[in-house]
Design a protein around this ligand. Structure first.
Ligand code: ZN
Length: 391
């Protein structure tokens, strides 16, 4: 099985999304946790963007022990100097240089033609390599770039010392099959196979995770992602989804990541707390309902054998709470299971009455909190209550 590196850009791309800015202290806490849970590369920020970012990266570089620490830099010497200055104290420093390669970006944003961009890549990657051994080079808006021009840019960056080439789907434009064809084309027509291949997918069409995983199938060694999928606009590929997919379907991907999945729920909560940006209830892996069941058929299935309706074991993702929610759709099996878990022991002939009482409570309320559940079961004197500790 091949290893897929996880490049986390929660602190850079994630932080750039509206309303997601984080304090320096929160960034340091998150970086430490990312390091502990096995993230391979931490993009700690964009050093040249502001002094606050620069200082946060510098601090993170000092506390991260195992992961590579990266700062982003545009293709100019000032940015590269700042980036190197910010990560130089890291155990494993890396500079991430990028320039746009699509016609629309080159014409409207850079005001440069293709030859000028090639020259810029040559000049800046060479300059960055002179400062730092580890260089990642990104072709911004790669998926909307002319494939042959992209190959020329890739070869130039590799010739000048880039160790990693990143292919971003900057605006979340490409579809799954197209991405596969694009990557295969680049691999066949450039020196891409000689270096590490990274991808960075955005979620504008809801395809970020699927596209990143397709790239893994096509030989990508690194996936760039963020915790909870935060990031510009509709966000980046979500780290928890990439990691869970590779782990759950390792038979298909023939790959593994270094991530301790039991820390996933914790890092998700840390990022929610630091940014104030919630995840939706039905969010894969870390959403409130990702491992919860309310309907009677599903509950009876899960109680009998978890894998009937749970693809993954929630405890492997750091989720310990009871997955069974007692609500209007719950059936007798779930209610009996809950009664037993709470240490109560009614006679069989009393169960139907309890189920009726609980269902009637649910008609006016979405679900039954534990205290209410206990109250309903124990309220009626005819029920024999035997708490576990009394038995
Ligand atoms: Zn991005």
């Amino acid at each position: 099985m091949k290893k897929v590196k996880i490049f986390d850009t929660t602190l850079r791309d994630g932080e750039q999304s509206p309303g997601c800015s984080m304090s320096k202290e929160d960034k340091i806490r998150i970086a430490k946790q990312l390091d502990e849970m096995g993230v391979d590369v931490i993009e700690a920020g964009f050093a040249a963007s502001n002094q606050k970012d620069f200082e946060a990266i510098k601090e993170i570089a000092k506390v991260v022990k195992r992961a590579t620490v990266v700062s982003l830099a545009r293709c100019n010497k000032k940015d590269i100097d700042k980036a190197y200055e910010s990560v130089r104290d890291a155990v494993h420093p890396k500079i991430h240089v990028f320039i746009a390669t699509s016609d629309i970006h080159m014409y409207y944003k850079l005001r440069m033609d293709r030859e000028e961009v090639i020259e810029k890549v040559r000049e800046c990657v060479t300059y960055a390599k002179g400062k730092c051994d580890e260089i990642e080079f990104s072709l911004e808006d790669a998926t909307r770039s002319n494939p042959d021009f992209a190959c020329r840019v890739i070869d130039t960056a590799i010739e000048c010392g880039a160790n990693t080439i990143n292919i971003p789907d900057t605006v979340g434009y490409i579809t799954n099959e197209e991405f596969k064809n694009f990557i295969v084309y680049l691999k066949c027509n450039s020196r891409l196979d000689e270096v590490e291949l990274s991808v960075h997918c955005h979620n504008d069409l809801g395809l970020a995770t699927a596209n990143s995983l397709m790239a893994v199938m096509c030989g990508a060694n690194q996936v760039e992602c963020t915790v909870n999928g935060i990031g510009e606009r509709a966000g980046n590929a979500a780290m928890e989804e990439i990691v869970a997919a590779i782990k759950t379907r390792s038979d298909i991907f023939d790959a593994y990541t270094n991530i301790d999945t039991r820390k996933i729920k914790m890092i998700s909560n840390m990022v929610i707390e630091a940014t104030g940006s919630m995840v939706q209830n039905n969010k894969a892996v870390v959403g409130e309902n990702a491992f919860k069941h309310e309907s009677g058929i599903h509950q009876a299935g899960v109680i009998s054998e978890r894998q009937t309706y749970e693809l993954m074991d929630p405890s492997e993702y750091g989720i310990e709470e009871d997955s069974i929610v007692i609500g209007i759709h719950s059936g007798k099996a779930a209610i009996v299971d809950k009664i037993q878990k709470m240490g109560m022991n009614p006679f069989d002939y009393e169960i139907d009455e309890i189920v009726k009482d609980i269902k009637s409570y649910c008609e006016s309320s979405k679900s039954v909190p534990d205290e209410k559940f206990f109250e309903i079961v124990s309220a009626n004197k005819k029920y024999r209550i035997a708490l576990n500790k009394a038995m």
